[in-house]
Write a protein that binds this ligand. Structure first.
Ligand code: HEC
Length: 419
């Protein structure tokens, strides 16, 4: 339900009027409790998402709600309404421990560097480092991609063609930022100099929701379309797009390319990983344990496929040569919903997205040891990581989707390693 920045602001102002009409379309979401701020919350807090995010949240103090709301809506022009709303939320949804992670201590140190993105409530996500050290990200609900210079903190946002709702941003081998038009069946590339997007529509209208993409050595793009049950290939040189169907309800999701140039795609709907033939798009299915669903995967230097077993709360590894699977329970348990994953300098990083704070987990494959940290987002713990990637310096780029943050994780190199 994304809108442009202007529409979002207009809608926010509109929502300040007590309008029963605002409540339409809210039938399938949990009803908010009665109280002085209910009407305001029903109006303003359902423009971008359903009320279940509020009722299922980890709750906040008055100050916490104030800070969190300010990352989604600008209520500075309506101080009375803002006070009523904050009071209402703090009274009905105080802090709870339902989602507290089980953090694992250990010897490794990391630091977090946070940036708050300009457009509020944009669902900032998927940061990726460019060769010059700058960072691109996508703001899915804000219909934008953004560009951050971490040295100066300068940021620029590029609005995309209407209803693109970019699920991700990915740089190709020439350093050009591409996005998936998750809501309008397209993929596109933005020229940073002009801000203009070159748009490639899907040749089949059934390919509705391009999701995650990755470029191979030849600068050919491979992408997933989760709810369309498709995997696709785009050659930017010719604009030619080829699509292939995956199994029913497989929900193709994460995409990575192995050293031989074969794309791998994880299934978010059934227990499988796909290996894709880059020329024919023929799929080879690798079975995972019953009940598994996998948001994302990454491939280690030794060729092992690492994945998050999201539905069963485990970290997994597939040996593509033998098909052998090994899994480790995630520290916060079977409901922790591991989500994003990246291998940096041989270390596996992922997050436990159900937990609040969202937990960043470090797994050392040699020692088979875990360590984890609470991911900050200002003074509130809100949102989670949906996609993470390493940087050239061996750092990790993550984000918090609810609180409008892009975050860099810098591991402290130990003395011996630094030499
Ligand atoms: C401009 C869009 C927008 C509006 C309006 C908005 N939100 Fe959000 N909110 C978001 C986004 C984006 C997320 C992250 C959703 C995700 O990642 O799936 C989010 C997530 C949340 C969460 C989940 C926090 C967590 O644990 O991760 C809560 C709670 C929340 N919003 C409360 C509110 C309340 C209360 C209001 C009304 C005052 C509101 N939102 C209005 C964009 C918005």
């Amino acid at each position: 339900m994304a809108r442009s920045t202007k529409t979002l602001l207009a809608a926010a102002m509109f929502a300040l009027l007590p309008l029963a009409a605002q409540a339409q379309g809210q039938a399938q979401q949990p009803a908010l409790p009665e109280g002085a701020g209910k009407m305001l919350a029903d109006g303003m807090c359902t423009m971008c998402h359903r009320t279940n995010l509020i009722t299922g949240s980890s709750g906040y103090t008055r100050e916490g709600w104030k800070e969190l709301i300010a990352t989604m809506l600008d209520l500075s022009g309506a101080p009375n309404e803002a006070a009523t709303l904050t009071e209402y939320l703090a009274t009905n949804f105080p802090p709870n421990t339902r989602r507290t992670p089980k953090l694992v201590s250990g010897p490794n140190e990391i630091t977090f560097t946070e940036w708050t993105m300009p457009t509020l409530g944009q669902r900032s996500r998927d940061p990726m480092q460019a060769e010059d050290g700058t960072i691109w990200w996508s703001g899915q609900f804000g219909n934008l991609i953004g560009h951050l210079d971490p040295k100066t903190g300068a940021m620029k946002e590029y609005l995309l063609p209407e209803n693109s709702n970019p699920h991700t941003v990915e740089l190709d081998n020439l350093g050009r930022p591409w996005y998936t038009g998750n809501k309008n069946g397209s993929v596109g590339m933005v020229d940073p100099a002009t801000g203009k997007a070159t748009v490639y529509k899907m040749p089949d209208p059934a390919a509705k929701d391009p999701h995650t993409m990755k470029f191979d050595k030849n600068n050919v793009m491979f992408f997933s379309a989760q709810n369309s049950q498709m995997i696709g290939r785009l050659d930017p040189k010719t604009g030619d797009i080829k699509l292939v169907k995956t199994a029913p309800r497989s929900q193709p999701y994460g995409v990575k390319i192995d050293a031989e140039g074969n794309p791998w795609v994880s299934c978010n709907g059934r227990p499988c990983l796909y290996k894709v033939n880059p020329d024919t798009l023929e799929l080879t299915e690798y079975k995972l344990p019953e009940g598994s669903t996998v948001r994302r995967l990454d491939i280690a230097e030794d060729g092992m496929i690492w994945y998050v077993n999201s539905s069963l709360g485990r970290l997994g590894r597939l040996d593509p040569k033998t098909g052998e699977v090994k899994e480790w329970p995630s520290p916060s348990g079977p409901k922790s919903h591991p989500y994003a994953i990246a291998i940096v300098d041989g270390i596996v990083w992922y997050n436990e997205s159900f937990q609040r704070p969202d937990a960043l987990v470090r797994f050392d494959p040699k020692a088979e040891s875990f360590q984890s940290w609470a991911i900050p987002s200002g003074n509130v713990h809100a949102g989670h990581v949906r996609h993470m990637r390493g940087t050239r310096e061996g750092n990790l780029l993550i984000h918090q989707s609810s609180s409008n943050r892009i975050i860099q994780v810098t591991p402290k190199r130990r003395q011996a390693e630094a030499r």
